[in-house]
Design a protein around this ligand. Structure first.
Ligand SMILES: [Zn+2]
Length: 85
């Protein structure tokens, strides 16, 4: 935007276009196919890693309570006995 105190007023649209400045960040170079494909090499979906529960031995995800027996690290946590602070 050109402010009035700049002393540069534009009456025609062609003059406005000459003084137009990019407000958006624009990449300097095209991303090469190799760089694009290297970035996308990590985008594949993989199956969740599964550990075995130490309490009941059924498969469970790491850092989550066991969906089968409701324990975490061998301690019973479900239903949660503590009041939320
Ligand atoms: Zn379990």
């Amino acid at each position: 935007m050109v402010r009035p105190q700049d002393g540069r007023r534009h009456s025609s649209s062609a003059g406005l276009r000459l003084h137009w400045r990019a407000l958006m960040a624009v990449p300097k170079r095209k991303t090469s196919k190799a760089r694009r494909d290297k970035r996308r090499a990590t985008h594949a979906i993989e199956a969740p890693r599964v550990n075995t529960c130490p309490q009941c031995g059924s498969p469970k995800r790491a850092h989550r309570i066991c969906p089968t027996c409701g324990t975490y690290k061998g301690r019973e946590v479900e239903p949660l006995r503590l009041q939320a602070p």
